[in-house]
Design a protein around this ligand. Structure first.
Ligand code: MN
Length: 481
């Protein structure tokens, strides 16, 4: 779905990711998803009077890793209190970072080659969770509300992009790439469906060619890449409609209504003044040493963009960009690179893995074993359909391709056996064989299917379809093998 001619959207994203620490940001309660309500709590995460926060060193290390992976400048930072009243935040303020965030001025490269600026990546604590009972799940009209503080105080990194994206497609690509990066550096499980990664989208529109930023709306808490894409498009179209009617959008937060396919107004958007930010007097500034930062940088694993490049290079350009991106996303790029290094055909291998290895646990398929399978397929010893079955068998049994193929009787229909089977089928089915030779294209195709089926039956499915087709053509041409 496109915007009306002459308009473009301007999109900036704020992405919250929960950090994979054992405990909360400022207390010793477990940082764990789920659990009975209000069991992962303590006086600090409940904000009881007299309690004091103690910073979790591991959370800071993970947040710094994100900043470095996004090419940010990592520097000394301070914590601030963001004041607002809401029952899921018992202190009535959220500890966050404001004017001195830990990471600033980075960038993220999208697979399409474009670059999106990163304004900042800061550390903050998560809130609890409110459930409104009755009244369609919204606070309006609810009979009562329940609060679960298990999530209160869970460490977050909030990545704020610059408004550099121009299409919903780019916004989706940004979140996918950020998710891959966060997973690759091991700082978050980034499960959008469990809320450990959440996206807010700032959207405005303007005539193509303009360079001013117009009034924006912030769509809160998008919980999937798909919702993000749809919400951005619908919101941009709504704003274009307002401008074209001579009006203007109001600055406000909005919510995505998945069922009605539209964004709906939330509160009118606060300016940062409304939060009365001030430095948190209970927490000392963070001042990671240059040596610590350098060590964290050196310890970063290869990032998704580098891995895509490595795969493309190993495959000598024979793997499509989209396939490479998908393999990296699924963490199967190393498997393909290893198999290619062991001699497998890059394009076939990538395709086979993308199509037939979409499983969670493929640890039994090593690069060597995958190369063994691909060698059998490339040499024509097994057909593509058989290779697919052999791969499934390898996953199931943990055996080599050779062992699985042998067990299933694949790959050992010798030339002699196959010729005999074809000759027998042709003799047994003279009418069909005549229609194959004398019929039109449609007839020939139909009869080829029938005759191949008979040969498969005679060989109990072991024959290679392509070899049978070749034999049929040879017979028809009078070149009996
Ligand atoms: Mn935030």
């Amino acid at each position: 779905m496109k915007l009306p001619e002459g308009w473009e959207s301007v999109i900036g994203l704020e992405v919250h990711a929960e950090l994979l620490t054992a405990t909360k940001l400022f207390s010793a309660s477990p940082n764990r998803f789920g659990g009975e309500p209000n069991t992962h709590i303590d006086p600090v995460s409940l904000g009881l009077p007299g309690t004091l926060p103690v910073i979790n060193r591991h959370a800071v290390e993970l947040a710094i890793r994100v900043g470095l992976a996004l090419n940010c400048d990592v520097r000394p930072s301070t914590f601030a209190r963001k004041n607002y009243f809401y029952p899921d935040m018992p202190k009535n303020y959220q500890i966050s970072q404001y004017d001195r965030p830990v990471s600033v001025d980075g960038e993220l490269k999208l697979p399409d080659g474009s670059t999106v600026g990163i304004e900042r990546a800061h550390i903050e604590e998560d809130t609890g969770k409110t459930t409104h009972a009755g009244g369609a799940g919204r606070i309006q009209g609810a009979a009562y509300s329940l609060v679960d503080y298990n999530r209160a105080g869970v460490p977050l990194v909030e990545v704020v992009s610059r408004p550099h994206m121009r299409t919903a497609e780019q916004a989706r690509a940004f979140v996918k790439e950020l998710r891959s990066i966060v997973l690759a550096v091991g700082v978050s499980d980034a499960r959008m469906q469990e809320g450990s990664m959440r996206v807010d989208a700032n959207v405005s529109v303007r005539p193509v060619g303009a360079d001013d930023l117009r009034t924006r709306c912030e769509i809160k808490n998008l919980s999937s890449v798909r919702s993000l894409g749809r919400a951005v498009v619908h919101e941009a179209r709504r704003q274009v409609g307002l401008w074209e009617a001579g009006g203007a959008p109001l600055q406000q937060t909005r919510h995505w209504d998945e069922r009605r396919d539209r964004t709906v107004a939330g509160r009118s958007k606060e300016e940062s003044e409304d939060y009365r930010y001030f430095p948190d007097p209970d927490l000392a500034p963070l001042a990671p040493s240059a040596a610590d930062i350098a060590a964290a940088d050196a310890a970063l694993p290869q990032l998704p963009a580098e891995r895509r490049e490595a795969l493309t290079a190993a495959a000598d350009g024979a793997v499509a960009a989209e396939t490479a991106a998908l393999l990296v996303q699924r963490g199967q790029d190393g498997l393909v690179v290893g198999a290619v290094e062991a001699g497998a055909d890059p394009e076939r291998t990538a395709t086979r893995v993308v199509n037939d290895l979409a499983v969670d646990d493929w640890s039994s398929v090593t690069p060597q074993r995958l190369a063994g399978l691909m060698a059998m397929e490339t040499a024509g010893r097994i057909s593509a359909a058989q290779a697919k079955q052999v791969l499934a068998g390898m996953l199931e049994s943990g055996d080599t391709a050779e062992a699985v193929a042998a067990r299933r009787g694949f790959g050992d229909v010798g030339g002699g056996e196959l010729s005999a089977a074809v000759a027998e089928v042709l003799a047994d089915n003279p009418d069909e064989w005549r229609r194959y030779r004398e019929g039109d294209d449609v007839d020939r195709k139909k009869m080829a299917g029938f005759l191949t089926g008979q040969v498969m039956r005679a060989t109990r499915g072991r024959a290679d379809g392509a070899a049978v087709a070749a034999l049929l053509r040879q017979h028809a041409a009078g070149r009996t093998p």
